[in-house]
Design a protein around this ligand. Structure first.
Ligand code: PXL
Length: 275
């Protein structure tokens, strides 16, 4: 069985980061090893959330794993709490990256033109450095705009996206994928670039006019799970985009839906049919 290490926070209530990655990757039949970076009472879109930073646990946990000689087929990082933790990720990659270990980075820090409450420009610069260590990066347009220094636009054409992908590729990752790319009315999806093959990949499906928290984590968890199951990065992105869109539409139909996350639990059977 393939084994992924995923490093992100536990938001106890909120359906995001590890509470999505663990069930989704496991459902795909891939062993999911977790390294929690912090425990929050809820994600940061709630008011008055509590945070317990777990940075001091990263070193002892990873040293223990080293002594157990554990191998990871992929390492997937999502929401990290601090600039220092990003430095700790670089150390962690040195410890565990083997020739066959894929590094997948979702530089979670912003959306809809704005940084999340906990972050500043230092955090953006550090994330940019970390992205240079990845095989695959999957920022949304807001995160890419912050990291590349390009203007954030809500309306754009294909040349804006291609310029952004070129600027992202300069960080050093082999494959850069922009999420939330809408190239025509009523559509949204992903636009990826493989810098070694000079190859682009576009996938669009119907845009649903609703934004939900945790959908980026759902997309990334599905992608890395599918890649570990042997799918090409392009097929993995397509399945992840379809699964995310399906989950948003099913959530919208639920009159009792919580405001803070999507009903991904209801659509795991659909994912397994797509996978
Ligand atoms: O879904 C991204 C995410 C993960 N973890 C925490 C968050 C967010 C987005 O706001 O607040 C704690």
């Amino acid at each position: 069985m393939k084994r992924i290490l995923t490093i992100q926070d536990i938001s106890c209530l909120g359906k995001c980061s590890l509470t999505i990655a663990l069930p989704v990757i496991s459902a795909l039949g891939v062993e999911t090893v977790i390294l929690p970076t912090a425990v929050l009472s809820t994600h940061t879109m709630f008011k008055n959330f509590t945070v317990k930073d777990l940075s001091d646990q990263i070193e002892p946990i990873t040293e223990h794993w080293l002594s157990e000689d554990v191998h990871f087929d992929a390492i997937y990082t999502g929401y990290l709490g601090t600039v220092e933790q990003i430095d700790q990720m670089k150390e962690l990659f040195k410890k565990f990256k083997k020739d066959d270990t894929l590094i997948f980075i979702d530089p979670v820090m912003a959306d809809n033109g704005k940084l999340y409450p906990a972050f500043d420009m230092d955090y953006v610069r550090k994330n940019k450095e970390l992205c240079g260590e990845a095989d695959i990066i999957v920022p949304n347009i807001t995160e890419a705009a912050f990291m590349t220094g390009m203007e954030y636009k809500e309306e754009y054409d294909e040349s804006y996206i291609k310029d952004m992908l070129a600027a992202l590729s300069d960080f050093g990752a082999k494959i850069s994928v922009l999420t939330g790319v809408s190239l025509s009315e009523g559509k949204t999806g992903v636009y990826g670039y493989d810098s070694e093959k000079d190859d682009y990949f576009i996938y669009q499906n119907d845009r649903i006019d609703a934004t939900y928290h945790g959908t980026g984590d759902l997309f990334s968890s599905t992608c890395i799970g599918e890649i570990c199951r042997g799918k090409s990065w392009q097929d993995a992105m397509k399945i992840a985009a379809d699964y995310t869109a399906k989950t948003i539409s099913v959530t919208l139909e639920n009159p009792e839906k919580p405001w803070y996350g999507v009903d991904f639990e209801a659509t795991i059977p659909d994912l397994l049919k797509m996978a």
